[in-house]
Write a protein that binds this ligand. Sequence first.
Ligand SMILES: Nc1ncnc2c1ncn2[C@@H]1O[C@H](COP(=O)(O)OP(=O)(O)OP(=O)(O)O)[C@@H](O)[C@H]1O
Ligand SMILES: [Mg+2]
Length: 412
Amino acid sequence: MTLETTFKQSYLEYTLAPFKGYNDDELFWFFIRDQTDEKTQLEELSLFHNSIETILSHKIHELKESEKMRRSLSKELNSLKEHLKEQPDDGKMVGSSRALTELRDMVFQVAKSDTTILITGESGTGKELVANLIRESSGRNKKPFLKINCNAINDSLLESDLFGHEKGAFTGADRKRQGKFEVVDEGTIFLDEIGDISPRMQAALLRVLQDGEIIRVGGNSATKIDVRVIAATNKDLAAMVKDGNFRLDLFYRLNIINISIPPLRERKDDIVDLVTYFIRKYRLAFKKEINFLPQSILEQLIEHEWPGNVRELENVIQRAVLMSKDNVITDNELLFDIQPGSEDQKPSKNYLQRLNGSPLKAVLLEVEKDFITHTLSKNHGNVAKTVKQLEIGKTAFYDKLKRYSISPKDHK
Ligand SMILES: Nc1ncnc2c1ncn2[C@@H]1O[C@H](COP(=O)(O)OP(=O)(O)OP(=O)(O)O)[C@@H](O)[C@H]1O
Ligand SMILES: [Mg+2]
């Protein structure tokens, strides 16, 4: 029989073993063994086991957590990559105001469908940028994309350009030609300045949107087409409908989804983001090291009402970066655009003085802009006459008008 006991922190094991004595007496051996060392070792071993188990379970937990984290990071990375794909750096819509965030969400929401979209907003608010984003985020992003400025081309040219013509349709039409709606099949057409099209064009466009078909100029049979239309205007089409200058049925067809871009003065929260973005853009382009924008300059930029919207802001920053010295933009480089009708419209006496010390490129931009404004004014807003006098191509001329936020109509 073996029994155990502890005695003064020692661990004892004792055993009684019976045996017979010489006279057949019932006797017992009594053994006592000190087991303290063995017991302590066993306890330590079990403790060690337990702690290994705890460490292992901790490690397993950590691994699980880091796997979770890895998964969520890789998800985030993928969505960032997607987002980057959607917004290539030089076509990105900068701004974090509530209005712009909602607008961006709406753009991505409606892009995937094939619905016609009408983009409205003042000049320079980013209508073309939005049209580009819609197309890039749509299922038609690998298909052709054509931009037509309805304002830049005369009406009969526009019609045959868009819808094509049959042989002999007009003088010079010596063979049948496909129009852009046919060429762009399965793609997207961006009709800019849609408010400027004639009643005849309005009717033709209505046919496209209503029935998905076109009739070539000089022809009488219809051809089916599959084109997504995005249109833009800075005019109030509803008011034009009221005045009888735009067809109501076409307005409805175009206006299925309206993306209206608020003017910059109504979303001043975007100004700092935009200024930072444009400084970075032009700092790279002009190889300047601008790294400081005084608070007073930023305040002026926020204060300004931006009648020419983001385009005007971009012009101002472009000029400032180009003219800047010593890595900083100061009051000397901050030249706001001259708005038509304002006092400063004509080159002032101290014109050259104002440009003193500026790089030649910036001076040339200033002079070019002022001279175009001056010539347009002289010709009462007549583009054809101005283009002829300036000996410049019409497309290049319209590009410049856009760059400098000049509208011929303001000079009529
Ligand atoms: N949110 C923005 N972020 C970055 N750049 C912008 C933004 N909005 C506009 N821009 C830039 O401002 C300029 C004018 O934009 P855009 O040509 O799209 O304006 P618009 O509304 O079509 O003007 P218009 O009515 O005169 O044709 C472009 O260079 C465009 O890239
Ligand atoms: Mg535009």
